[in-house]
Write a protein of this length. Structure first.
Lengths: 200, 243
């Protein structure tokens, strides 16, 4: 049962209807990171896919940028409660990245420069739901927002869209990543408000 | 799970920031550095939730202090800093966060770097150290716009006069006190070199403030030789509603 806050009227907007529960709209682009921002030179950047034992695929920046890319318009929902609507990105679809990968794995652990990790069901990376994004708003992605390239999985809370992504490990069993091991939800669907472990 | 906290005290830290002391009967306890979600609800059922850092040390008397900075265009912070009076009830969820925390079992040197209201979770660490009788070596580098923007001024002053306690260095970005040796400006390499633990001490560093502040300070720490994995950060964007 909510307690009514004496004297609070709040600010409603027409955009609220487009927001998942408990979110508010922002027009700027806040930054959330657990540590220092890595600065990754493009000539040392690489992106790999492995299954925990074996390297399956590997790209350097040039071969990665040689892959077909797409423009993406996405609504972003951060677990810290801000949402930003209609953001414009360019990136390579994970469908393209995973096209030649044969696996019976059900889960993925994305890992990043700076040692961040986050876990997702592999099916959430397929079917036009996830990208490795390298441009935001028409510009190369800034380091504080995850550049040179970040995962973009907009249907989940934004911590799943790993900044500075450098690879994906395919797994048979789910394994919590960084925030998932520190009290945040294992899946993170903003529409079900799966913020913290214990949320249904 | 939402808990109900009753406002038992209010204290203005600066012209724009207020500390709210809440009594939360079923408070499960917290660790310094954690935050809470606060929910306020209008009569028609519309509600808004924001996260605020806990300023108080873990304690056994079910009290939680939050320091809230009023944002010019904020939805919740003007309410919390202007409207709320003692006896009002607020809904809280938490404590939240298991990364940007300092535990009383820690013994290594600690470097705290705060920009503006980023001091709040770091103050919880300083208070937690004091209340636990922990003897870890603490230093605080606190960047503020001007002297009037300092939170917890008297308490920090008392602490910095006690040699066994916390070394506090202020950095003023816009306006410094009279006769202050350093002209107003952002934290720079020279200040990091004089006011923070050398990398040989292997301090754990906690940096909290606006995004650009945290980016600048962490780059300086790394250039100064601090290992990346010793640096923990918490940033807030220009909306400022943490975190």
């Amino acid at each position: 049962m909510d307690i009514v806050s004496r004297g609070f009227s709040g600010r409603r907007s027409a955009e609220d209807a487009k927001l998942p529960p408990g979110q508010y709209l922002t027009t700027d682009f806040p930054v959330l990171s657990a540590g220092p921002t890595p600065h990754v030179p493009l000539d040392r950047w690489e992106f790999t896919i492995n299954d925990g034992n074996q390297l399956l695929r590997k790209w350097d920046w040039e071969s990665f940028r040689g892959l077909p890319s797409e423009t993406i318009t996405a609504d972003l929902h951060c677990v810290t409660r801000w949402s930003k609507l209609g953001t414009a990105w360019e990136g390579v679809s994970l469908d393209t990245i995973l096209a030649e990968v044969k696996t019976d794995a059900s889960y993925a652990l994305a890992h990043s420069y700076g040692d961040y990790t986050t876990n997702l069901p592999l099916k959430d990376l397929r079917n036009k739901q996830a990208w490795i994004a390298f441009r935001f708003d028409g510009k190369d992605l800034a380091p504080e927002h995850g550049g040179p390239a970040r995962l973009l999985v907009p249907h989940l809370y934004l911590w799943k869209s790993a900044k500075w992504v450098r690879g994906i490990t395919l797994m048979q069993q789910d394994k919590p990543g960084f925030w998932e091991g520190l009290g945040y939800h294992i899946y993170g669907d903003p529409w079900k408000e799966q913020r913290y472990s214990g949320d249904e | 799970m939402w808990r109900v906290g009753t406002v038992v005290a209010l204290h203005d830290e600066t012209a724009t920031a207020r500390t709210i002391t809440l009594e939360v009967p079923d408070w499960p306890g917290h660790i310094a550095g954690q935050h809470v979600d606060v929910r306020v609800t209008a009569p028609d059922g519309y509600s808004a939730v924001r996260s605020y850092s806990i300023a108080s040390a873990p304690n056994s008397d079910a009290r939680v202090e939050l320091t809230v900075e009023r944002l010019p265009n904020g939805e919740v912070s003007p309410y919390l800093t202007h409207e709320v009076v003692a006896g009002d009830r607020l809904e809280l969820r938490g404590p939240i966060g298991g990364w940007f925390v300092w535990r009383t079992e820690q013994t290594e040197p600690v470097q705290l770097i705060a920009g503006g209201s980023g001091i709040v979770p770091l103050m919880a660490m300083i208070r937690s150290r004091a209340s636990a009788g922990n003897k870890s070596q603490f230093r605080l580098l606190y960047s503020v716009r001007e002297p009037g923007a300092i939170f917890y001024r008297d308490e920090l002053q008392t602490l910095s006069h006690d040699k066994c306690s916390v070394g506090v260095t202020y950095a003023y970005t816009r306006k410094s006190p009279k006769d202050w040796p350093r002209p107003p400006g952002r934290i720079d390499a020279a200040l990091i070199a004089t006011a923070t633990w050398p990398s040989a001490f292997a301090p754990t560093c906690y940096v909290c403030g606006p995004t650009s502040f945290v980016e600048g300070a962490t780059d300086l720490l790394i250039a100064f030789g601090i290992k990346r994995d010793k640096i923990r950060t918490e940033r807030f964007g220009s909306t400022g509603e943490r975190k």
